[in-house]
Ligand binder design. Structure first.
Ligand code: SAM
Ligand code: SF4
Length: 341
């Protein structure tokens, strides 16, 4: 897609003000989605005008800037990344950093609805692992939670991905009323497919119609419940992210718990997030933001971009302060679909 002037051989590390090295960038390539998950989006979302969204070339330039600064892992997300027109061109272009050895991993988080169409191309571009979000195996509940989604498409997508040799991890948001009673079945199903499974606590991000406190389910509670019939053993598997992993003896699989409401991961946080409008968020739970699009669209040089990235990372907050309280406004006004989960 473009010549690399940013990926220098020296690869100076990106270190924040608290001494943490940033090696992981999540890139949201669109705020749009073909589903409307109840905890993520409002039913009638106003999406961004096209002019505000980074072009594929701009996304490539910024992501490559991070790779040049030592980022080793890129995760493409959204919204739903596979609804972005031309996304495979971007992924193929970014895969040059895999070939050069600068990048360790190029990966994707998807709702899975379009995987039958994209699995072969993703595998061909060097993607080895993907995360698929799936909160239930019940078609009716899936339709309700996603406001109209077709579970069969996602299941076919997962099968297609595995058939292409992609390693799949299933992510599910734990929801008190909707899937709490089904979580063990979902975990056993994922492990039966040879997939890791991660449970996520609902995070207070973005205005939605429902009160999230009604659906909030503590993963400490889920874990206690699972331990009443399964043997869970802590593992030392770490990703630098907010997940803590256990091994489930009965299913033989790995289970992660993402508990953003506890402060157990900020010290080791190695990641930052780029929105599809070029805003860099260095903490998921804070309103901090740096406008990298402005640097590009003002005709900034690669060096200007590097400086803007360094400045933003230098100011990465030490940690966040998420809380779920009844009647409180969301801790962070932006939706997860904008920030990129
Ligand atoms: N559309 C893709 C998908 O669903 O995988 C990628 C983007 S989505 C925003 C990424 C992840 O964020 C999904 O696993 C989704 O379940 C999760 N998510 C969205 N809103 C959330 C919230 N308020 N709390 C916790 N997780 C959320
Ligand atoms: Fe779309 Fe993913 Fe948000 Fe669901 S969680 S509405 S699939 S962006």
């Amino acid at each position: 897609m473009r010549q690399d002037t940013l990926a220098t051989p020296a690869r100076p590390a990106l270190i924040d003000g608290f001494g943490r090295t940033v090696t992981y960038l999540r890139v949201s390539v669109t705020d749009r989605c073909d589903l409307r998950c109840v905890y993520c989006m409002a039913e009638h979302m106003t999406f961004l005008p096209k002019a505000e969204v980074l072009t594929l070339e701009e996304l490539d330039r910024i992501a490559s800037g991070f790779v040049g600064l030592g980022v080793r892992k890129l995760r493409i997300t959204g919204g739903e990344p596979l609804v972005r027109k031309g996304v495979m061109g971007l992924i193929r272009s970014l895969s040059r950093h895999l070939q050069s050895g600068a990048l360790e991993e190029l990966t994707l988080t998807t709702n899975g609805t379009r995987l039958t169409e994209f699995a072969a191309d993703l595998a061909d571009a060097g993607v080895r692992r993907i995360n698929v979000s799936l909160d239930t195996l019940k078609p009716d509940l899936f339709r309700k939670l996603t406001r109209g989604g077709d579970l069969a498409k996602v299941l076919a997508g997962i099968e297609a991905a595995q058939a292409q040799g992609l390693k799949v991890k299933i992510n599910a948001v734990a929801l008190k009323d909707d899937n709490a009673a089904e979580l063990a079945d979902l975990i056993a199903w994922a492990h039966g497919l040879g997939a890791d499974m991660t449970l996520i606590e609902a995070m207070p991000m973005g205005e939605i119609e429902v009160d999230r406190t009604d659906q909030f389910l503590s993963l400490a509670e889920v874990r206690r419940d699972l331990e009443s019939f399964w043997t869970l053993t802590d593992t030392d598997h770490v990703t630098g992210g907010p997940a803590r992993y256990v091994h489930v003896a009965e299913t033989g699989g790995r289970l992660g718990f993402i508990t953003p409401l506890s402060h157990n991961f900020c010290e080791a946080c190695n990641r930052v997030r780029l929105t599809c409008t070029g805003t860099l968020h260095t903490c998921l739970g804070r309103e901090d933001a740096s406008d990298l699009r402005a640097v590009l669209r003002a005709g900034g040089s690669d060096q200007d971009l590097v400086e803007a990235i360094r400045l933003a990372v230098d100011a990465k907050p030490e940690g966040h302060d998420f809380q779920i309280h009844r009647d409180s406004a969301p801790a962070v006004a932006r939706h997860m679909s904008t920030t990129g989960g």
